[in-house]
Design a protein around this ligand. Sequence first.
Ligand code: ZN
Length: 90
Amino acid sequence: MRYAKARIAVNVLGADPMDELWDSVMEAETLGHHDYQAGLGRDDVPAMFKDERELREAWEGGWDEQDQMERIKECPYCNDPSFVFCPVHG
Ligand SMILES: [Zn+2]
């Protein structure tokens, strides 16, 4: 798995975590979006992310973002052009 390799690069070789882990983190976040749409709950973090804090948080971040987007889609204030700022979502 790519993340495991990146982990080694960071821990053993002293590589910059953001350089090495960025792709994996982005993938985890994207998966969070998809999993939300697939009907998974916020507690349904994929097993492979559970022990990897960065990936778990990225997945949850993606899930949260999708959740927010879905709420905004259904929010009467966000969809009302007479409200410049939504009182709920800003
Ligand atoms: Zn709103």
